[in-house]
Design a protein around this ligand. Sequence first.
Ligand code: HEM
Length: 123
Amino acid sequence: MHRRKDLWGPDAEEFDPDRFLDERLHKYLIPKPFIFLPFNAGPRICLGQQFAYNEMSFMLIRLLQTFSSITLAPEAQHPDTRPPTEWAQAEGRKARERFRPKSHLTLYADGGLWVRMNEAENA
Ligand code: HEM
């Protein structure tokens, strides 16, 4: 649902958090809040949404302050969980995936998302 072009626009498949800040916010999400459902929407929307955003922002900031670089390490990933070779011929986003996204209750990386991190000098 969160990758549907009819709901999110032609660039729906791109990872671009700016869509929550720029004119796309007013074009897509504000008129139809039920298109974004990690916390559900409406009267039973998650009570902890803003708290969860705060926690995540703090964690991300601390991570970026502590490490000078974070890069994908596909060689560390178990071969069975790398994107299958036939994906290279697939349509759209699939052909560009560098890890294997899977969906369950939430979206996750099959086998984990293996990365190499360098500690920042003045961390
Ligand atoms: C990434 C973190 C979180 C996600 C994705 C999430 C997601 C959700 C979802 C999908 C619901 C169900 C809404 C419904 O029944 O329609 C919910 C309900 C709820 N969440 Fe969260 N939640 C998160 C974090 C938190 C935190 C940190 C708290 C509290 C500090 C919290 C408190 C609640 C409460 C109290 C409800 C019940 C609201 C109600 O039934 O009226 N959540 N959450």
